[in-house]
Design a protein around this ligand. Structure first.
Ligand code: C5P
Length: 267
């Protein structure tokens, strides 16, 4: 785009001015539009969950986790760039939501389940959110105060719905491809393979989030893609490159629905 011609800060006149922001935006829009016109996921609807959930304790406090939402946002972007219509159900993430996708902001795991149910049917669903396992049942209606006794408040918990397992188990409206993530700190492959079976999904993207890896909240990811066909170790890559490779696999699987159980293709 550009440069435009005209007077410049250095006092000279001619080509060298920054193009008008509107012209830059229009060019970007046209380039994206052209790229999407014949992407392999054109006409497909893909659901992505992302980010942490916040589970309230009282009106000003909540329980959360360190998920940045980076991997989920990168995935939504990569799927969009292959032409998919993307519904992006996101908890309160640090990472901004990508443009060009339908963003559904949620707070709690229960909100996330409702938003996911409302977004179905979808051709594929990818569950990248770090959903809290429990929510507090005795949420205080007003800010909890220290009562001078030195005793901490007694919080009571109930398990959250498992959104991935719920969608993978649907009889009606089950997406053709259901993908979960498994953030583990030890025995990554074994735990993830067990999770694939327990949750009933087609693929698990497993990663090691032990603090030494710097993966959770960091810019890179080293994943193992697990399906009924076996496990495939990917090298450590920037999260957006992991997203692009995964999006390409999703496109390949949806092209050949019979192969949805096997990752196949090249990483
Ligand atoms: O059981 P665990 O939390 O390790 O499973 C991780 C996978 O399950 C992720 O894909 C996550 O998005 C999904 N999940 C979910 N709902 C939950 C818990 C996890 O969708 N309540």
């Amino acid at each position: 785009v550009g440069p435009d011609s005209g007077d410049m800060a250095c006092g000279e006149h001619g080509p060298g001015r920054l193009a008008e922001p509107r012209a830059i935006l229009a060019a970007i829009g046209a380039a994206i539009g052209a790229a999407l016109a014949d992407g392999p996921l054109k006409g497909r609807h893909v659901l992505v969950t992302s980010g942490p959930t916040h589970e309230p304790i009282d009106p000003v406090r909540y329980i959360a986790n360190r998920s940045s939402g980076q991997q989920g946002a990168a995935l939504a972007e990569a799927l969009r760039d292959l032409g998919a219509r993307v519904t992006f159900v996101t908890g309160p993430a640090r990472e901004p939501s990508p443009g060009g996708v339908d963003v559904v902001p949620v707070v709690t795991a229960r909100d996330m389940l409702a938003a996911v149910q409302a977004a179905l049917p979808a051709d594929a669903a990818i569950f990248a959110a770090a959903v809290a396992d429990w929510h507090v049942t005795n949420v205080s209606g007003s800010k909890m105060k220290k009562d001078g006794s030195g005793r901490p408040p007694a919080l009571e918990f109930a398990e959250n719905p498992d959104i991935l397992a719920h969608v993978a188990g649907l009889k009606k409206d089950r997406p053709a491809l259901v993908v979960g993530f498994a953030a583990e700190t030890d025995d990554v492959e074994a735990h993830a393979a067990a999770k694939l079976v327990r949750k009933g999904c087609d693929w698990i993207v497993a990663n090691d989030v032990s603090p030494a890896t710097g993966i959770m909240g960091g810019g890179e990811n080293a994943v193992t893609l697990i399906s009924a066909a076996g496990a495939e170790n990917w090298p450590r890559l920037p999260k957006d490159e992991v997203a692009r490779r995964l999006a390409a696999r999703v496109a390949a699987a949806l092209r050949k629905p019979a192969d949805a159980g096997a990752p196949g293709g090249d990483a």
